[in-house]
Write a protein that binds this ligand. Sequence first.
Ligand SMILES: Cc1ncc(COP(=O)(O)O)c(C=O)c1O
Length: 383
Amino acid sequence: MDAQFSYTHSQYVVNQFRDSGAHGEFAQFLSAARCAAARATITQWQGYCPTPLVTLSDVAAAAQVGRVFYKDESARFALGSFKALGGSYAVAELARSYKDNHGHLDGFAVATATDGNHGRSVAWGAQRLGLECHIFIHAHVSQARADAMAALGAQVHRTEGNYDDSLVVCERMAAEHNWHIVSDTSWEGYESVPLQVMAGYSVMAAEIVTQLDGLIPSHFYIPAGCGGLAGAMLAYCWPVWRGRLPRIVVVESMMADCVYRSIKSQDRVGMHIVEETLMGGLSNGEVSQVVWPLLKKGVSAVITIPDEGVMPMMRWLAKPTCAERPPIEGGECSAAGLIALMASASDSALARSLGLDSTSTVLVLGTEGATDPGFYRRALSEA
Ligand SMILES: Cc1ncc(COP(=O)(O)O)c(C=O)c1O
C-alpha cells in the first residue's frame, strides 16, 4: 500500500545563516501594494475561486505530526496549477504598460521558455488578450504539455537539450523578432517581469493566510524549481507571520538541486541537469537571481528527493487512508512536499534539527493537479 511506501530523501542542508529579523527587507521585496494590485486584478478574472486548503489527517498520522494542511492547486482556473496566477498576470501587466506607451497592442508578442506549466499560463494570458505567443520547450517536455499550450493558441517551438538550452533559443529568437520575454526566472538585468510573476503567485499566499484564519504553521514545505514560488511565499507571508515564523523547508529534486547547492555554499551556484526528473516543474539548474537574497535569509532547510516516491505519493493523494479526507488529484510536483515531509519524519536527526514532532502544524503546497493527464493515469494505475 502506498501509504506504507518508504519515502526517503537524498540530501538535506540546514541553513545556518537564516535571519529571522529580515522581515523589513522581505516586505520591501514584493510590496503590500504590489501584491494587492495582483489580487485586485486576478480575483476579477472569470472563473477565479480560492483553491481549497485541505487537512490531510492520514499523512499527519503517518508522519506523526499534529496537523497537515495541503494547498490543493489542482483546480486553479482551468490550468490546474498555481502557475496560472503568475505568467498570465505578467502578460496582462506587460500588455497594459505597452498599450499605455503605444496606444495599441498591434505587433505586441510574448515568448517564454518553459517545462510546461509556466508556458501554459503565458499562453492563456496571451490568448485572453488576443496576443501572438511563442513557447519554447526542450526535448523532454511531454507532447501532452506541448498540445495543451498549442490548444491555447501558442506557437510551440521544440528545442534540443534541457530547459536552460530552450531559454537560450528563446532569448535569441525574441531578440530577432522583438518579442517580449515573459520568464518566471530572473537573471542579471532581467528582473521586473519575474517579479510580476511572483506578485501573481502571492495571491495563493494571501488565500492561505485567510484560510488559516490566524493560525501560523510551524513548518512550511515548498517545492522549488528556480525558487520563484518559495520567494513569493516568503515575501508575502514573512511580514504577516513575523511574530512566529514557520520553518521554511524548500524541496527539490536531487536531479535539479540548485537551491540546495546554493544554500550549502552560501552563494548562488548553478548546476547542469544531466537527467530529467519526473517532477518536470522542478527541473531548473539555476536559482532565480532576484529571489536568491530572500532564500539565503529566509530558508530554514533544503531537502532533495529522488523520483521513487513520486508515483506512490500521487496514488496516496488519490486514495485516502482515512475516511475523513477527500481524494486529491495531485500531479508530480504536488508529491514533492509530502514526500519530503514523510522523509523528514522518518529521519530522526533531520526531524530533530527541523523541530518536527507531534505538536507540529505543517503546511504543504500541492502545486499542480493532473497537468499531464496521460502521466497521471499511468501513475495511478501502476501499483
Ligand atoms: C507544478 C509546479 N510546482 C512547483 C514549481 C516550482 O516553482 P519555481 O520554479 O517558481 O520554484 C513549478 C515551476 O514550474 C511547477 O510547475
